[in-house]
Design a protein around this ligand. Structure first.
Ligand SMILES: Nc1ncnc2c1ncn2[C@@H]1O[C@H](COP(=O)(O)OP(=O)(O)OP(=O)(O)O)[C@@H](O)[C@H]1O
Length: 195
């Protein structure tokens, strides 16, 4: 099967430091990879390279589908109520108001539609970013620390959403220093590629 996302022989340099080298990965439909490693090893840097936001020092990335990126930058207008902040994206993504309302409900945000984004808690903001990710309907998910700020139920929900995404033919890379349940997923330890 042809890979949806393939990275070949990546090296990453930040400032004067070479973080990793010789790193390759390939994901086909339905596959997932947990990128693991301690703080500062280069997980976020790898996600940003895969997303096309950071140029690798060496190597290449090929992606045959659109990417949904979830990271610490939630890109939700802090000044407007949650439903308007999400509507901005659902209009751009063409996913429709009723579908976004269903995503809000699924993420446990139904009662927060009128609350300005700046008043949301850390976990609520993460849930809102996940609602936007669902609305985006991108086949390749790049999730950077998706469990940060989430309670136990939120963690289980993320694991379920990833499983559903894969079952629907999507692929997923998850960078997380926390354990995450990815059925039959692969694990990539960045320390194995430390320069
Ligand atoms: N723009 C930059 N210039 C120089 N160094 C940087 C830059 N951005 C990140 N770094 C350094 O690169 C290293 C890797 O950072 P990165 O955020 O990729 O790590 P991480 O594995 O995601 O860490 P964490 O688990 O703490 O989120 C860190 O030492 C960081 O200080």
């Amino acid at each position: 099967m042809q890979a949806m996302l393939a990275a070949r022989d990546l090296a990453c340099r930040r400032g004067e430091r070479l973080l990793f080298r010789g790193l390759s990965l390939a994901l086909s439909r339905g596959e997932a990879c947990h990128v693991a490693g301690p703080n500062g090893i280069g997980k976020t840097s790898l996600i940003r390279i895969l997303a096309g936001l950071l140029r690798p020092f060496h190597g290449s990335v090929e992606c045959r589908a659109s990417i949904g990126l979830l990271d610490e930058r939630h890109a939700l207008d802090p000044q407007v109520p949650l439903d308007r902040a999400l509507a901005f994206w659902s209009e751009l993504d063409g996913s429709g108001a009723s579908l976004m309302a269903a995503h809000r409900e699924r993420l446990g945000l139904a009662d927060l539609a009128d609350v300005p984004v700046r008043y949301l808690s850390t976990g609520q903001r993460k849930r809102a970013a996940l609602a936007r990710l669902l609305g985006q309907r991108a086949p390749v998910w790049l999730l950077d620390e998706p469990l940060n700020g989430l309670d136990t139920a939120g963690t289980e929900l993320v694991e379920t959403l990833i499983a559903e995404h894969r079952a629907a033919g999507g692929a997923c890379v998850v960078a997380s220093h926390q354990p995450i349940r990815l059925t039959e997923g692969t694990r990539l330890e960045i320390t194995d590629f430390a320069a």
